[in-house]
Ligand binder design. Sequence first.
Ligand code: RIB
Length: 310
Amino acid sequence: MDKKKIVMFGSYVADLTGRAPHLPKAAETVFGDEFKMGPGGKGSNQAVAAFRAGADITVVTKIGKDVFGELFLDFYNNEGMATDHVLQDEEKGTGIALICVDEGTGQNQILVVPGACTNFTDADLEEMRSLLREADILLMQFEVNLDALEKVMRMAKEENVTVVLNPAPARDIGKDILAMCDIITPNEVEAEALSGVAVTGEKSARQACGVFHAMGIPHVIITMGKLGVFVSTPDGDRMVPARIVDAVDTTGAGDAFNGGFVAGIAEGMDMFGATEFGNVVASLSVQKFGTAPSMPHRAEIDKVFCRERE
Ligand code: RIB
């Protein structure tokens, strides 16, 4: 199969995760049962999901010279993922995320301190152009400094690369920047922050998509958890149902979806097919603990995805 080449420009952070009977409220201290440190960051999680799904993906991220950066390098080396385009900051440390997981519901709370990932300099971006010249798809999120994100997006447009933006976590950003996206994949909260439409179901999702289309974005994919994913393209729109499974940890479910989705696009699936593929990846990842380590491999994905297509 002739797969398109993907470049992921985004974050890596170390996830410091505790599991507890319930999530702490403001000013509350809760006893946890278990602690784990593992590889995370929305960018890296999405890249790992795409890689395990079989995509040809190059990772551009930035780490610090510290133990969290070493964790990243060990994980990528074990995965067989290349680190040639991973930058190291001289001063800022590797980003971290403090994550609490409710062991009853699998829901989470995240405080992310992106560290080195918010310090991409112009010098760091110099080799992006040659990478993009060889690429077909650029995948990005919002856990980097936005001036760098904008420059990389402009380069991608100049090199005719398809720009896929997962606008997470929600941030204030100019419409002129959003207009450079070919595909945008917000969740319902991010869709509201960027479009001004409160997304609660199919009708409001369609309205929010109208706002994104008016900005100039042709393909809008709004993920809405158990409600499903609303897909809106120039050829039509519809809700793709969610896959209901017993979740033990929903942290990184959106990343699993995005990684799977972009891997599907790179294989030539249309927006609806890639969304179904992304849904399978996400449903498998939430049945395991952790973020990047919970991403399923292609054989596991195919057991579900191919069986349902037969
Ligand atoms: O989307 C989940 C990710 O967000 C976590 O891995 C954490 O690192 C934060 O960046």
